[in-house]
Design a protein around this ligand. Structure first.
Ligand code: HEM
Ligand SMILES: *[C@@H]1O[C@H](CO)[C@@H](O)[C@H](O)[C@H]1NC(C)=O
Ligand SMILES: *[C@@H]1O[C@H](CO)[C@@H](O)[C@H](O)[C@H]1NC(C)=O
Ligand SMILES: *[C@@H]1O[C@H](CO)[C@@H](O)[C@H](O)[C@H]1NC(C)=O
Ligand SMILES: *[C@@H]1O[C@H](CO)[C@@H](O)[C@H](O)[C@H]1NC(C)=O
Length: 333
């Protein structure tokens, strides 16, 4: 294919995904200016704390980005994941337990904000800004964060277990979980690109290494050197607590290497590699977008920013719904 026909193909590929995503109305009353007069130092305070946290540990950017995702998929972006509680709270759901992290960073931001503009900024909005800053400070795109969400009053472990996609799901399963919150197939591929930063524990991928789906063989879509390394990492690790990077090319840089990896069988989680390699019908569509993003980082960045805003718009509490929590870990009494 020559350069211009490739560009034309890409153009039509993107158009078909646009048409897929055009159906949803952007109904929301959030706005980037929401705290302009009530908390003018908001952006500076959050940026400073995210930078500090990344200086201590570069991975924290990834952990913070993931918190916003896990918040938004459960009862909307309402800060529910931040609530401490008994064993029935979201923190104890399978995708979060021993896995979701960064809560102390959110605490520090919240208390800084309380000193500067008490009782004004919701914990749900903090998560949205922190997610953007984490991406941007890792070398990824910038976008204007929509604000004005309020904090929810319930944390529901059962719902978190149902709503948050699992790395063991089929692509159809993942797609239907995205669909449940108003996100489409293109969003599945685009937002999965978040796995360009951060780490995962053996417990979430060791099923691929020895006896995949009862075949007594490893997952044959996994590249052989990577398979060997992962077997070594996880074999001795009975707790499944050992971790490795999600993007073996550039684990601390937000870039399009995640998609390049998928072309080479180097997706870490099954839910990553199936975007390119599964024999599900829907993969014939996602595969093309993976290929496209692997060659077009700028398009990936633009679409990622757009999809993050869309994810941040999932069922926000607005107006007088919910509350502005004083402490992100507990509802106001
Ligand atoms: C498409 C379905 C998805 C599945 C099945 C999935 C699953 C996972 C799993 C199993 C981990 C490793 C957790 C651990 O080992 O403790 C992980 C990490 C991560 N996920 Fe996802 N994820 C998905 C989508 C997303 C989305 C939409 C985002 C954000 C927009 C995201 C951001 C992250 C980040 C940044 C990490 C690394 C976290 C860290 O290092 O602390 N993921 N994901
Ligand atoms: C939690 O979510 C489940 C599943 O959607 C639902 O059946 C249950 O009523 C919810 N519980 C609360 C307390 O909202
Ligand atoms: C996954 O999809 C299959 C087939 O569509 C369905 O039978 C199954 O219940 C789904 N599982 C989950 C966890 O959604
Ligand atoms: C592989 O998995 C299958 C199904 O889960 C199981 O029946 C079989 O015993 C396993 N094989 C080994 C060697 O563990
Ligand atoms: C795995 O790590 C978590 C903390 O991240 C810890 O609570 C748990 O006990 C560890 N698992 C085992 C079996 O040691």
């Amino acid at each position: 294919m020559n350069k211009s026909s490739r560009a034309i193909t890409s153009f039509w590929l993107m158009m078909s995904f646009f048409i897929l995503s055009e159906a949803e109305p952007m109904k929301t009353q959030l706005s980037p200016d929401f705290y302009r007069t009530t908390c003018p130092d908001l952006w500076t305070i959050v940026r400073r704390e995210v930078l500090n946290a990344m200086e201590d540990e570069i991975r924290m950017a990834a952990s913070l980005l993931r918190l916003h995702f896990h918040d938004c998929f459960v009862n909307g972006c309402d800060g529910s994941i931040l609530l401490d509680g008994d064993e029935e709270s979201e923190k104890f759901a399978t995708p979060n337990k021993n896995s979701a992290r960064g809560f102390e960073v959110i605490d520090r931001i919240k208390s800084s904000l309380e000193s500067s503009c008490s009782g004004v900024v919701s914990c749900a909005d903090i998560l949205a800004i922190v997610a953007r800053d984490s991406v941007f400070l890792s070398g990824g795109p910038f976008w204007y964060v929509q604000l004005g969400r309020r904090d929810g009053l319930v944390s529901n472990k059962t719902l978190a277990n149902l709503a948050i996609p699992s790395p063991f799901d089929t692509l159809d399963n993942i797609t239907s979980k995205f669909d449940n919150v108003g996100l489409n197939l293109k969003d599945v591929v685009t937002l999965s690109g978040a796995h360009t930063i951060g780490r995962a524990r053996c417990t979430f991928f060791s099923n691929r290494l020895f006896n995949f789906s009862g075949t007594e063989e490893p997952d044959n879509t996994l590249e052989s050197e990577m398979l060997f390394d992962l077997q070594n990492l996880c074999l001795q690790d009975e707790d499944g607590n050992a971790t490795t990077v999600l993007d073996s090319n550039s684990f601390d840089q937000f870039d399009s290497n995640y998609f390049k990896n998928l072309l080479n069988g180097k997706g870490l989680l099954s839910s990553d590699q199936i975007l390119f390699s599964s024999d599900e019908e829907v993969t014939s569509t996602t595969k093309q977008l993976v290929q496209f993003y692997s060659e077009n980082e700028r398009e990936f960045f633009m679409e990622f920013a757009y999809a993050m805003i869309k994810m941040g718009n999932i069922s926000p509490l607005i107006g007088s719904e919910g509350e502005i929590r004083n402490d992100c870990r507990v509802i106001n009494s």
